[in-house]
Ligand binder design. Structure first.
Ligand code: ZN
Ligand code: ZN
Length: 343
């Protein structure tokens, strides 16, 4: 079968690779249909590493995937051939303390697609555990299925932030994850949302998705905007999705007393926070690493029209042009949000 293989930094090609074969017990074999390109895929493409994860041998890219069940393995009763499915890309060990307690995103032995040394899903077929493969309702498309991955990050961020009806939520960064967080916050009943970004086209997208207060971060400050929009009180929940080293502090400053700041974006530089500024307001800090138990909520919200993820897709490439898609992703247009590869 064909797969998009990263051989070394900037050396990417659609290659013939061995077919994964028949599904084992508890597994399904899925014919991949849609894969979204994530910032992490582009980072591996350019640099061959993210932190301690280093590309040492050729690796298939892609972790935001949906497709059609082709075959089911022994004991699989929840899925049938022909089902359109979204697949959760991290396969945890299932037996460690973190896995058993439900925080399986923190499993040390997780095998996550397109994170060295594990191959990703930009391939014609993948084998995947049925337990991490979710049937999509008929109203959903395979592109929406692939978008359940970034939406799961937004769902997890809002869960970690305790977003509830009536909350004021400030979001720094309006890329895919910022928008996924915005959609989720609105679906969870946030009464007012404040979104900051440096790119006007992204702010415009956030406005279309329902953000009430938009902050051009080149000239304005999210903290001032949040304080102003709440009569001086501040935001109940702040979610940092930009990776900017000053983003966390800006949200601490934007927070209401007893507010909560959730750190999602990972930038190249360490983040500095004035802890006293957080302490005098008892601002809780929460961090996010991927997600756990978020796919069912993401699918439910999307199938009910509450999280219009399809609006995030700005560019599409056929699988045969996947290398061009990655070249484009390195220097996208200002309004580019999610690039989708159609297999
Ligand atoms: Zn992703
Ligand atoms: Zn585990």
């Amino acid at each position: 079968m064909k797969a998009l293989v990263l051989n070394s930094p900037l050396n990417l090609a659609v290659h013939d690779v061995p077919d994964p074969g028949e599904p084992g017990p508890g597994q399904v074999r899925v014919q991949v249909q849609s894969v979204g390109i994530c910032g992490s895929d582009v980072h591996y493409y350019e640099h061959g590493r993210i932190g301690d994860f280093v590309l040492k041998s050729p690796m298939v890219l892609g972790h935001e995937a949906a497709g059609v069940v082709h075959q089911v393995g022994e004991g699989v009763e929840s899925l049938s051939p022909g089902d359109l499915v979204a697949m959760e890309p991290g396969v945890p060990c299932g037996i460690c303390t973190e896995c058993k307690s439900g925080r399986y995103n923190l499993c040390r032995d997780v095998r996550f697609w397109a994170t060295p040394p594990y191959d990703g899903a930009l391939a014609e077929f993948v084998l995947h555990p049925a337990a991490l493969t979710y049937r999509l309702p008929e109203c959903m498309t395979s592109e929406e299925g692939a978008l359940m991955e970034p939406l799961a990050v937004g769902v997890h961020a809002c869960n970690r932030g305790g977003v509830r009806p009536g909350c004021v939520v400030a979001i720094n960064g309006a890329g895919t994850i910022g928008c996924a967080t915005l959609m989720t916050a609105l679906a969870y009943g946030a009464s007012k949302t404040i979104v900051a970004d440096m790119i006007p086209a992204r702010l415009e997208r956030a406005r279309r998705l329902g953000a009430e207060v938009l902050v051009d971060a080149r000239s304005g400050s999210i903290s001032e905007a949040a304080i102003h929009a709440t009569g001086g009180r501040g935001a109940d929940v702040g979610v940092e999705c930009s990776g900017h080293p000053g983003g966390a502090q800006a949200l601490v400053d934007a927070a209401a007393p007893a507010g909560r700041v959730v750190l999602v974006g990972m930038g190249p530089q360490p983040t500095q926070i004035d802890t006293v500024a957080a302490m005098v307001k008892e601002v809780d800090l929460a961090t996010v690493f991927r997600y756990a138990n978020a796919y069912p909520t993401a699918i439910e919200l999307t199938s009910r029209g509450r999280t219009p993820v399809a609006q995030l897709v700005t560019d599409r490439f056929p699988f045969s042009n996947a290398v061009s898609a990655f070249e484009f992703a390195r220097s996208p247009r200002p309004d580019t949000c999610k690039i989708m590869i159609d297999l």
